[in-house]
Ligand binder design. Structure first.
Ligand code: SAM
Length: 199
């Protein structure tokens, strides 16, 4: 059948492969930026949960256009060869004392993007709780390290807690909303929270 859920997923995967991106998630950031204009050429961007590196590569190529800086951090190394010249990579827990100190050293940032996700267990309560914790940590980071007028996007698994995270974001940003890109798999329970224009 031509337009089943997985056919849609496969078309994004094939497109990503053809365009040299290591993951199909690149098209989520493309749509988020098209609709919300988070990043512009020359920006300093922090990418949290960056591996294998599609968001980082897309930001380098299409958003900052090779100007500016991307600080990319993940528990795992980026799978980009070569790593673009605008990218400074850190491997480790973004919220550990050591890595956090490095992120602070390279800040503050015009935009923070986070597609960070926990290893899923299949237990929806456990997975959403871990995702909410990651999202909260990124909001704390944005509180400290995002410039005034800066923008934020974070992934969160839907389970109820996203309303509290959004509420916190509303105190920090002039505009905050939830957004589900078309490239999310139909059966996925992830959603993105977007904060625009930090107060
Ligand atoms: C869906 S993947 C990100 C895909 C990426 N945006 C891309 O386009 O290639 C989620 C990532 O979050 C990372 N992650 C989860 N917890 C993290 C943490 N505490 N610190 C850094 N990275 C973390 C995982 O290692 C994983 O690589």
């Amino acid at each position: 059948m031509a337009n089943s859920r997985r056919d849609k997923a496969d078309s994004y995967t094939l497109k990503a492969r053809k365009e040299g991106y290591p993951a199909r998630s690149v098209y989520k950031l493309e749509e988020i930026n098209q609709t919300h204009k988070l990043i512009k050429p020359g920006d300093t961007v922090l990418d949290v949960g960056a591996a294998p590196g599609s968001w980082t590569l897309f930001t380098h190529r299409e958003l900052i256009k090779g100007k500016g800086k991307i600080v990319s951090v993940d528990l795992n190394p980026l799978n980009l060869n070569p790593v673009p010249p605008t990218v400074i990579e850190f491997t480790g827990d973004a919220f550990s004392k050591e890595i956090r100190a490095q992120l602070v050293e390279h800040g503050p940032y015009d935009t923070i993007i986070s597609d960070a996700a926990p290893m899923t267990t299949g237990n929806r309560t456990v997975d959403t709780t871990r995702s909410e914790w990651l999202a909260e940590q990124v909001v704390f980071l944005a509180e400290e390290q995002l410039k005034v007028h800066g923008n934020l996007v974070i992934k969160i698994f839907q389970g109820g807690g996203q309303e509290q995270v959004l509420k916190n974001m509303r105190t920090l940003f002039n505009k905050a909303k939830a957004f589900k890109p078309k490239a999310c798999r139909d059966d996925s329970f992830e959603i993105y929270l977007i904060g625009l224009d930090k107060k």
